[in-house]
Write a protein that binds this ligand. Structure first.
Ligand code: UDP
Length: 470
């Protein structure tokens, strides 16, 4: 209501577009409850803002502001530090400047600061929120299953000796399909690595939050969500929170114009999120598989990387010309039915487009939920982070995705397999079933965030605790 013009919330996203975007969407969702909220994004980094960051931050409603916290130095980190280490330490080292910011806001009598919301890599900042008596909550942008795995990681760490992937039994996460140790989050796969130690330390401290928002909803993860009902702190499934209004200018407009000319539901959109990369051999294999499938496709092509699967995490624009890694003559041969876009595309506009009929995705939760709200069935191709867990839910539990098999001998998904799965999604019986289930899930997603939906109710309940009218 109009009586609370100065209610203020600070949000802290960890580095990476894949973390900034969902938290921004959550902020926009809060504004639909009370458009008098003012939300300040405090952005930690180890360098100047990227063009991708600037472009999303500049297209926000006036109630959402941002400040860049002073860049921290990571010069002392080994060059081979894992992405999770870089993210966690960037945030940890930004805590003093966050404290300064909160201090000045609390001192300002015009500002009624009530809450600090941080994402899952910013657990170090929760204490600062508490110092200032703020409701200190986590926004967990991934699934309830991944959240649950975080909450029971300390227990798993004690129970399992050696690497998780060598554990003879399946790993049981409450309410979820049991998974192989190798499918547990990527940073758990090397227990000697500093990334695992930081990850575990973070996971242990989730419980100190005043509440955890999770980007999921009951029909999407029935078992996982019901198992979290009585958890402490309270868990609020408030999803799907996804990007809606995206402008499609420049390169983006090219994609949309091309889609306009394609038949209804005929195009496979291929993208590995904001940071996913394939090896050079896998890139070639994918190209040939798409060609062999005979289907239409729109592929966001990144330069391959033979060591890391998330090589472009911090700089989505590939350094070299990604098209130069494709097989000889490929671009010419697929002309007309395959559009190749280097680096970045307006994904939600593509998924909403009537010509898009499938999405070959790395299974990042944002990509998955964007597909769900548009009713687009998936081909699951997990790469890093918690994506293998997501792929299990999507293919085995709710069955809205097909999954190409990896050749166990050489570790690749081969072109014949790719072609088979793509054809099956568009023309096969399996594809029909998966598409039908995805349409049902789409309806459930829309209901969840509707007026009386479960996600709307959960969010309302959480806001009651912020001692603020809405
Ligand atoms: N995205 C986009 N265009 C691209 C690639 C990604 O707009 O070319 C957006 C996508 O819509 C999603 C986010 O970037 O909102 C990626 O998040 P996700 O959780 O899928 O994966 P992550 O990047 O965190 O691995």
């Amino acid at each position: 209501g109009a009586q609370s013009p100065s209610v203020h919330i600070v949000m802290l996203p960890s580095p990476g577009m894949g973390h900034l975007i969902p938290l921004l969407e959550f902020a926009k969702r809060l504004l639909t409850f009370n458009h008098h909220f003012t939300i300040t994004f405090a952005i930690p980094s180890d360098g100047p803002p990227t063009t991708a960051q600037i472009s999303v931050l500049c297209s926000l409603p006036p109630q959402i502001r941002h400040v860049f916290l002073p860049p921290v130095s990571l010069n002392d980190l080994p060059l081979d530090s894992r992405m999770e280490t870089i993210i966690t330490l960037t945030v940890a080292r930004s805590v003093p400047s966050l404290r300064d910011l909160l201090k000045s806001m609390v001192a300002d009598t015009q500002t009624n600061l009530v809450a600090l919301v941080v994402d899952h890599f910013c657990i170090d900042a929760l204490d600062v929120g508490k110092e200032f008596n703020l409701s200190s909550c986590i926004f967990f942008p991934s699934t309830a299953m991944a959240l649950s795995a975080n909450l029971c990681l300390a227990e798993l760490d004690e129970m399992v000796t050696g690497e998780y992937r060598d554990h003879p039994d399946l790993i049981r996460i409450p309410g979820c399909t049991p998974i192989h140790g190798r499918d547990l989050f990527e940073p758990t796969q090397d227990r000697q690595n500093q990334a695992y130690k930081l990850f575990l330390q973070n996971a242990k401290r989730f419980r100190f939050a005043d509440g955890i928002f999770v980007n999921s909803f009951p029909e999407f993860e029935p078992g996982a969500i019901s198992a979290l009902k009585l958890a402490e702190p309270p868990i609020y499934p408030i999803g799907p929170v996804v990007k809606m209004d995206e402008n499609g200018s420049g390169e983006g407009a090219k994609c949309l114009n091309w889609l306009d000319e394609q038949p209804h539901g005929s195009v496979l959109y291929v993208s590995f999120g904001s940071g996913g990369t394939l090896s050079s051999k896998q890139t070639v294999e994918l190209a040939m598989g798409l060609e062999m499938s005979g289907e239409r496709f729109l592929w966001i092509v990144r330069s391959p990387n033979d060591e890391l699967s998330n090589a472009s995490y911090f700089s989505v624009h590939s350094r070299n010309d990604p098209l130069s890694y494709l097989p000889e003559g490929f671009v010419e041969r697929v002309k007309g039915r395959g559009l190749l876009v280097p680096s970045w595309a307006p994904q939600t506009r593509i998924l909403k487009h009537r010509s898009t009929g499938g999405f070959l995705s790395h299974c990042g939760n944002n990509s998955v939920l964007e597909s769900v709200v548009n009713g687009v069935p998936l081909i699951a191709w997990p790469l890093y982070a918690e994506q293998r867990m997501n792929a299990v839910t999507l293919t085995e539990e709710i069955k809205v995705a097909l999954r190409p098999k990896v050749n166990e001998e050489n570790g690749f998904v081969e072109k014949e397999e790719i072609a088979k799965v793509v054809k099956s999604l568009f023309k096969g019986e399996e594809g029909k079933k998966v598409s039908a289930r995805m349409k049902q899930l789409q309806d459930a997603a829309i209901r969840a965030v509707g007026e009386d939906g479960s996600s709307t109710k959960a969010l309302r309940q959480a806001l009651l605790k912020w001692k603020t009218p809405f």
